[in-house]
Design a protein around this ligand. Structure first.
Ligand code: G7M
Length: 386
């Protein structure tokens, strides 16, 4: 069903609500806004040309979650109350194509009965720029930060514009969140406070998310760590594991302990959550395991002053502009886009082959093939996806 759209300002009390009617099959694609392999959804920007050449439409297709009743087997229909058998994956309608069978392992492509193939479709029409922004993915860039770049670009930036650390100092000074403290070591050099992260509701241990905030105030991030901090890091690792085992009954070997680089807050803190749960921000381009950090410092005392540390910057971050001035970070992507534009229309569908590795497919800028070229051709470029 089309979303109801307010055609006039909210201030107008007699605002008229109109429900635009459109034919989904007449949708014409202009750009892929997002292609999320995890959610199995794709978000498209386009128009309904039979209604308007200019009004933007957003269409989202999302594969439905499985219902347990759809995989029932051997259930015959109750003749009186249920004359029709319920659709099931294991019906004679199931089409099966064998990919391969190897020993005890087999892989198939299955097309279930038509009733189970539905895809959830959502349409926003007409969509505003704000809708388009909301449904678009944000461009991200990897910066390989050398020690020199840290000194000349990152450090000056974080020294002048970083988020306030008041909330951290409030915790360390027992002014806020005192009752939430799980464990505290008051040693000025090697001490820390362990408490729930803002993101954790404090109830479900499956989603446990704690922060270990060090007492020392002169360690901004991983970059400042050296071998003199090993006793602090070892104490943090050992004491936090013990405290978590005692309080939550979690096995220390089931905990993920890591630093973010770059962090949002430049006062050293370690993130702790169970490995069985995918916490936000655990990607390899952002996280550094505490065990690895300790080991690196044991091997090379000034490892983090000598290493190049990759990290991610998002479009809209001022630091990205500063790096762009130095390294032309964005220009590389433009070149890739130009290369994609040079691809002939007959080659374009290759960009969508499912055989391609997910990362390559998502990061490539894709030129969509269209029946006729139009003046909006520049828009026919898919953005890379998260
Ligand atoms: O990316 P970074 O390593 O800087 O992460 C900082 C963490 O601090 C995030 O996981 C936030 O959820 C958490 N956090 C942020 N604030 C403002 C607070 C707060 O006031 N209290 C607590 N307990 N955690 C916070």
């Amino acid at each position: 069903m089309p979303e109801q759209v307010e055609s006039t300002s909210k201030l107008n009390v007699s605002s008229e609500i109109k429900s635009p009617s459109y034919d989904l099959t007449k949708f014409r694609l202009k750009r892929i806004l997002n292609n999320n392999s995890k959610c199995k959804s794709i978000t498209l920007l386009g128009t309904f040309p039979d209604l308007s050449e200019t009004d933007a439409a957003i269409v989202v297709f999302e594969k439905n979650a499985y219902r347990e009743s759809d995989v029932a087997t051997g259930v015959s229909a109750n003749k009186e109350s249920e004359p029709e058998p319920k659709p099931s994956y294991f019906s004679t309608d199931l089409q099966v194509r064998t990919d391969f069978i190897n020993n005890i392992y087999a892989s198939f492509q299955c097309v279930p009965t038509q009733q189970l193939c539905a895809v959830k479709g959502t349409v926003i029409y007409p969509a505003t720029d704000k809708h388009i922004e909301k449904y678009s993915i944000c461009q991200k860039y990897i910066i390989n930060e050398t020690p020199d770049l840290y000194k000349s670009v990152t450090l000056p930036y974080i020294s002048t514009s970083q988020f306030s650390l008041d909330w951290v100092y409030n915790i360390l000074e027992h002014k806020q969140e005192t009752e939430r403290i799980v464990f505290e070591d008051t040693d000025p050099e090697n001490g820390f406070i362990l408490l729930p992260d803002l993101k954790w509701d404090g109830r479900n241990v499956d989603n446990l998310y704690l922060l270990g905030i060090v007492r020392k105030r002169d360690i901004k991030s991983l970059r400042d760590l050296n071998a003199s901090h090993l006793p602090l890091l070892q104490n943090l690792r050992q004491s936090a594991k013990q405290a978590i085992q005692q309080r939550y009954g979690l096995n220390p070997t089931q905990l993920r302990m890591y630093f973010h680089y770059q962090p949002s807050f430049y006062h050293l803190h370690v993130h702790i959550n169970p490995i069985r749960n995918d916490a936000p921000g655990i990607w390899c381009e952002k996280s550094h395991m505490l065990d690895t950090v300790i080991n690196n410092l044991e091997l090379v005392p000034d490892y983090y002053q000598r290493a190049s540390l990759p990290f991610v910057l998002y479009e809209g971050n001022k630091l990205l502009d500063l790096y762009d001035e130095q390294l032309e970070v964005r220009t590389v992507s433009t070149q890739q886009a130009n290369e994609a534009d040079d691809v002939g229309p007959e080659e374009a569908p290759e960009a969508f082959t499912d055989e391609e590795p997910e990362e390559a497919r998502q990061c490539k800028r894709i030129k969509l093939s269209t029946p006729e070229k139009d003046s909006n051709e520049a828009e026919l470029v898919a953005t890379p996806c998260a």
